[in-house]
Design a protein around this ligand. Structure first.
Ligand SMILES: [Zn+2]
Length: 106
């Protein structure tokens, strides 16, 4: 949120997020201003709330996938979506997954 590209951005950090920042209507532009113009630290706290909420959702998704036996599919979709394509996934990520017998599949 320190980047100028967020200045005036009226979108929430993430749609359908129930963290204090998103639920409270703090847009990327407002958070940009809070981070760069306000030294209170509230902007950083709101972004931290969002990051923790995002990570919890991600871990819950992975946990559910492990329990349901489809982790390989879920992690593959996540990584391909996150990095843009299977070819762009860093080798250290695929190497780490391969070490525990999980192959990234398309
Ligand atoms: Zn959020």
């Amino acid at each position: 949120m320190k980047s100028k590209k967020f200045k005036g951005d009226n979108r929430l950090i993430e749609d359908n997020c129930d963290c204090n920042a998103c639920k409270g209507g703090y847009t990327r532009g407002v958070l940009y201003c809070m981070i760069n113009c306000d030294s209170s630290g509230i902007g950083a706290q709101l972004i931290t709330h969002h990051n923790v909420a995002h990570m919890l959702r991600l871990v819950r998704t992975f946990r559910k996938a492990i329990i349901e036996g489809n982790f390989q599919i879920v992690i593959s979709k996540f990584l391909i979506n996150h990095f843009g394509s299977i070819d762009k996934i860093p080798h250290w990520v695929t190497d780490a997954l391969n070490a525990v017998n999980i192959k990234v599949i398309e």
